[in-house]
Design a protein around this ligand. Structure first.
Ligand code: AHR
Length: 487
């Protein structure tokens, strides 16, 4: 049996809503087809953005969206994507499938998307093949009111008011696809780039430095030591895979019990990486001025058979939902340092929350996890002590993962039973008023939603008994529950 003890009076910090952020790159069918179809499409749209996709993302209250990459960011030249569409420069997307990028989705379109989503934009600028001037002028174009030629171009493109974009990433994976730099070199580049990214008016830029890959603690050490005082955020990228290496990754839909636990075990290492990088940051930044931003995370499987290998299209099962539930609990619990996280990627790429095929759209099990967790956005993390056993054999993970928060007098507990086969009795000590209520997402580990059949859905859940301060829950195997009670 698992016991969870929640102490609503023990507040542990605010869960920044941006932990529930997303990432959309010019990659495969994420932007084109998945989000943006153009104004002339027969697919219902508003200014070119798919209505169904925008509505679905609004429902989970998407707080922030990162764009345009990813690796693509370091080959992207923003001036190619503004002005009349017929004049926009064409390029070949050499990172992702060598397809033609016609730049019909550019800066204004991205900001229109964020307007419709009511979310904050997070722009990742080009350091690898760009220039300081290019980035500085992008910031000026979007944020300045001054009567400069750059700003006049914005006016000519139909926008008088500045957009006031706050979040700016300086390069992406600069240790890899963003230029194969060494941390000492990148630290200097970051210092130089950020110098010329000016604050305009009341808008104070939030300068985000490229952080480490996975467990590259040396990168974090060098960056914090040499450039820590110039940054507001430092990124971390970590993807969960199965198999011996990236070349031989496992499949999204076909996996053994051992591969089920392998993926969960690897995903659980996010806690180790966040803890390790946070410890280094604590030494240089004990006041927690610099936030850790996990702006790429999620599962990465083999692409679906018959799809372009450069498009990274994969299906999404309850196993992926378990990974999402576990990660979001980890981020909540580290909300003293983790201030933003961005799942890769929103639509049709990697661990998407939405898949599309022409006019059809389907919500993945991962989408529903974000729905179950949305009450945590901007809530206060509360102490949540967990006593559970380890399962998974060679790939050990906690049977139950959980986190809890309080907001407007309501405590929300999110928990996942990671066991592939076994239900679990969970005793939740949660002082409060009245009955607890709950919603659940559950299914076979291999269950998934497709365009013609979508069996994985949230349901209300009543297999629980409230006795004073104790709530007894029988959690089905492979399930995620949101449980709420008035404090
Ligand atoms: O999300 C796909 C790719 O993974 C991104 O472009 C890159 O930053 C990372 O390696």
């Amino acid at each position: 049996m698992t016991k969870i003890t929640i102490s609503p009076e023990r507040r542990m910090g605010r869960i920044n809503r941006n932990i529930y952020g997303h990432f959309s790159e010019h990659l495969g069918r994420c932007i084109y087809g998945g989000i943006f179809v153009g104004e002339n499409s027969t697919i219902p749209n508003e200014n070119g953005m798919r209505r169904d996709v925008v509505d679905a993302l609004r429902k989970i209250r998407i707080p922030v969206l990162r764009w345009p990459g990813g690796c693509f960011a370091d080959e992207y030249h923003w001036q190619d994507g503004i002005g009349p569409k017929e004049n926009r420069k064409r390029m070949v997307n050499t990172n992702w499938g060598y397809v033609v990028e016609d730049n019909s989705f550019g800066t204004h379109e991205f900001l229109e998307l964020c307007r419709q989503l009511e979310c904050e934009p997070y722009i990742n600028a080009n350091v690898g093949s760009g220039t300081v001037r290019e980035m500085a002028e992008w910031v000026e174009y979007l944020n300045s009111e001054g009567d400069s030629s750059v700003v006049r171009t914005r006016w000519a493109n139909g926008r008088k008011e500045p957009f006031g974009v706050r979040f700016w990433g300086v390069g992406n994976e600069s240790w890899g696809c963003g230029g194969n730099m060494r941390p000492e070199y990148y630290a200097d580049e970051f210092r130089r780039y950020q110098t010329y990214c000016r604050d305009y008016g009341d808008n104070k830029l939030f300068r985000i430095a490229c952080g480490p890959n996975t467990d590259d603690y040396r990168w974090t050490e060098v960056l914090m030591q040499q450039a820590g005082r110039f940054m507001n955020g430092l990124t971390l990228h970590y993807y969960s895979i199965t198999g011996p290496d990236w070349e031989h990754k496992g499949q999204a839909l076909t996996f053994t019990e051992e591969e089920y636990y392998e993926l969960l075990f690897r995903a659980s290492r996010m806690d180790e990486f966040v803890t390790g990088h946070s410890r280094i940051m604590d030494r240089y930044d004990p006041e927690h001025r610099v936030g850790l931003i996990v702006d790429e995370w999620g599962t990465w499987h083999q692409v679906e058979a018959g799809t372009n290998p450069g498009f990274l299209y994969q299906q999404n099962t309850m196993r992926d939902a378990m990974v999402a539930a576990m990660h979001l609990n980890i981020f909540n619990r580290h909300c003293d340092r983790v201030i933003m996280a961005n799942l890769a990627q929103t639509v049709n790429v990697l661990q998407s929350v939405i898949l599309t095929e022409g006019a059809k759209m389907v919500l993945t099990p991962t989408y529903h996890v974000f729905d179950l967790y949305k009450a945590h956005q901007d809530a206060e993390l509360v102490d949540c002590y967990l006593s559970t056993d380890r399962i998974g054999g060679r790939w050990p993970v906690d049977r139950i993962t959980a986190s809890a928060s309080v907001r407007d007098g309501v405590v929300t507990l999110t928990m996942a039973n990671l066991s592939m086969e076994e239900d679990e009795e969970v005793s939740v000590v949660l002082p409060g008023k009245g009955q607890a209520s709950a919603r659940i997402l559950t299914g076979d580990a291999k269950a998934y939603n497709d365009f013609d059949h979508a069996p994985v859905q949230i349901a209300s859940f009543d297999d629980l008994v409230t006795e004073d301060d104790v709530i007894r829950v029988r959690m089905p195997r492979c399930s995620v529950i949101e449980l709420t009670r008035h404090a």
